[in-house]
Design a protein around this ligand. Structure first.
Ligand code: AMP
Ligand code: MG
Length: 297
């Protein structure tokens, strides 16, 4: 089978297996939101994609974080295959894991803790892995890719431990040396966005996590508990030097009452890249959007 066809088959199994797993866990699927008056601040991606319509500026969604926080007021377990547009700097074309349009499986659970969603994430990933092995194992093997069954729970390391042990480039090093997926937890407050919840017992440390794939494939999932109280959201926005005015829709929601929640997003193309063992994420899409490059179609 051609590599392009293999990528399509693996993607299709990833989508189907995730949907099936999450439905059994009691989740409902939201349709994606593509245009929004406010979106993820993502300080490491400074350029914004916008359109003007009906006299207003609309952002192309970079993630559905705020929509997820709003949605768990209505239903306790929600997920979405959310198309995101992030105008990544051109240099990121060469990381092998950045597109400027991609899809994340984005989910959120009302009243959940970080540990709850880490457990869910492990079970979801292992279910998807076993379905991909079952449906596409032979085609993957023909391209030299074997997918092991990883034991649970996956190991965890704190951001500070990883930094001490592996230096500045800890994420790449940790992913390269790891034989199984590994959790990176407890990021320092200024490393992340304002919506990640600060640990009430450990000021300056967040109740968040990333999951790194083994074999050097790097970060595949980010998530955590969320700030949901208006006062705290306001303080975190200001601490990051952002304007309260820009996040007025979120603050209005918080005023009305947000729920405690936790969740995460898994990049679908990064997952498919890892499953297929492809060097570059562009190979996972028929119509890839590579930072800085134009496209035929
Ligand atoms: P974030 O919350 O920014 O970590 O994004 C959630 C997930 O989306 C990440 O863990 C990645 O798997 C995926 N992702 C983020 N940025 C990109 C990108 N530029 N290209 C492809 N996947 C991405
Ligand atoms: Mg991330």
């Amino acid at each position: 089978m051609k590599r392009e066809a293999l990528a399509l088959e693996v993607t299709s199994v990833v989508l189907g297996a995730s949907r099936e797993f999450l439905a059994k866990e009691g989740f409902v699927e939201l349709l994606p939101v593509i245009l929004a008056p406010v979106t993820d601040p993502l300080r490491t991606t400074p350029e914004w994609a916008t359109i003007t319509a009906y006299g207003h500026t609309w952002y192309l969604t970079r993630s559905m974080i705020f929509h997820k926080q709003a949605a768990v007021r209505v239903h306790p377990k929600i997920f979405c295959f959310s198309p995101n547009v992030r105008l990544e700097p051109r240099e990121r074309a060469h990381t092998g894991r950045h597109l400027f349009e991609f899809v994340q499986l984005d989910l959120e659970v009302r009243d959940a803790t970080r540990e709850d969603v880490m457990d869910l994430g492990e079970r979801l990933l292992l279910h998807v892995l076993s379905e991909v092995r079952r449906e596409c194992g032979r085609a993957l093997a023909a391209w030299g890719r074997e997918l092991p069954d990883y034991p649970r729970p996956f190991p965890r390391i704190t951001w500070h431990e990883a930094h001490r042990e592996f230096g500045e480039n800890f994420e790449t090093e940790l992913s390269r040396r790891s034989k199984t997926p590994v959790w990176l937890v407890d990021f320092p407050i200024d490393q992340r966005e304002f919506y990640d919840r600060e640990d009430p017992d450990r000021p300056g440390i967040l109740r968040d996590m990333d999951l790194l794939y083994p074999e050097g494939f790097g970060e595949g999932l980010s998530g955590g508990e969320r700030e949901y109280q208006g006062e705290r959201i306001r303080a975190r926005i200001l601490r990051q030097g952002l304007s309260l005015e820009a996040y007025r829709p979120l603050l209005a929601l918080a005023e009305d009452g947000l729920c405690p929640s936790a969740g995460f997003g898994i990049g679908v193309e990064r997952l498919v890249r890892f499953l297929c063992g492809f060097p570059h994420i562009a190979e996972t899409r028929l119509f890839p959007r590579v930072p800085g490059e134009h496209a035929l179609l």
